[in-house]
Design a binder for this molecule. Structure first.
Ligand SMILES: C[S@@+](CC[C@H](N)C(=O)[O-])C[C@H]1O[C@@H](n2cnc3c(N)ncnc32)[C@H](O)[C@@H]1O
Length: 296
């Protein structure tokens, strides 16, 4: 996935993405433990592992972990931070998993399943999972933004959150419905999944951020880079090479920041001084007995 190949994306990903709390892992592990009450499992395979954000959280509960991603840059970054001897990072796709039939206890995809070909991925899941093994999908969408203002707190929060969401919708306007699956909390992939049991959980995580961090979060989206490159090309056709100033005027993140500051009456504040809480819903889906794709 070329959208995740750039060093910029990988770096802003490390800095501005939320991390998963222990509670997120506990929901998945509690489901996994149900048939055996075991606390240590043989093998976890993660697909779309990025820089290893979720891998690190789950690694202590497995004898062996294989974490893969389609992007070489992400794998390079994941290897650099790896502190576990039993965790191996490698390039690979979710549609063709490098594991033997019936060998995997936990197949994990964190904030990644919306990029996969879901039919092929579910068939691979049914092939590689042990009979009692679980498929876990974790994701989060746009956060609720709560600016630090004295008056009209609720109005400001609604405005900021809606503005953020509108930007994300604009960035993803060319996506296929499936690739937008994060907005429906993966209901599409769950509807087509054949499984004996599917559980859903939510964990809320809140961060004390500022406008710099919120802008960084948007810039860490693969969609943002794709959108910006396209806009730049369109404008260069019309106006020739753009100077830095010209670039800022079409940068959707700068536009977002300006509109929000204006609404809050904080035009004279630096981005660092505009304090905003960001509240994320981490949704977690754990499926057991995955046996393929529902025929429609
Ligand atoms: C939004 S990032 C999530 C990274 C990390 N799992 C996390 O929780 O933050 C999505 C990742 O999925 C990877 N990806 C996209 N399509 C893929 C595919 N078909 N197979 C494997 N990885 C894929 C991208 O390269 C990217 O690193």
């Amino acid at each position: 996935m070329a959208w995740f190949e750039s060093k910029e994306i990988v770096e802003s990903y490390k800095t501005y993405r939320p991390h998963y709390s222990q509670q997120v892992a506990d929901h998945v592990l509690d489901e996994l433990k149900k048939p055996s009450a075991s606390t240590l499992f043989d093998l976890m395979v993660e697909v779309g592992c990025g820089g290893g954000q979720a891998t690190n959280l789950f690694a202590p509960y497995f004898n062996k972990v294989l974490a893969t991603d389609i992007s070489q840059e992400q794998i390079k970054s994941a290897r650099k931070q790896n502190k576990f001897q039993h965790v191996g990072y490698d390039t690979g796709t979710a549609e063709k998993i490098n594991a033997e039939d019936g060998s995997v206890d936990l197949l994990l995809a964190a904030e990644a399943a919306h990029w996969f070909d879901s039919d092929k991925f579910l068939l691979e899941a049914s092939r590689v999972l042990k009979p009692q093994g679980c498929l876990a999908l974790i994701g989060y969408g746009s956060p609720q933004l709560i600016p630090n203002v004295e008056k009209q707190k609720e109005d400001c929060s609604r405005y900021a959150s809606n503005l953020f969401h509108e930007i994300v919708l604009e960035l993803g306007k060319e996506l296929k419905p499936e690739e937008n699956g994060i907005n429906s909390k993966y209901s599409g992939i769950c509807d087509k999944m054949l499984a004996s049991n599917i559980c859903r959980f939510s964990v809320y995580q809140q961060y004390d951020w500022n406008l710099t961090a919120v802008k960084g979060l948007i810039r860490s989206l693969g969609l943002y880079k794709h959108y910006t490159n396209k806009k730049r090309e369109e404008l260069q056709v019309l106006h020739g090479n753009l100077q830095k100033q010209g670039e800022e005027s079409f940068d959707i993140v700068e536009v977002f920041g300006k509109i929000l500051k204006q609404y809050l009456g904080y035009q004279s504040f630096s981005d660092d001084d505009v304090k905003i809480k960001a509240k994320f819903e981490m949704f977690i889906i754990v499926a057991r007995g995955v046996s393929g794709v529902r025929q429609t």
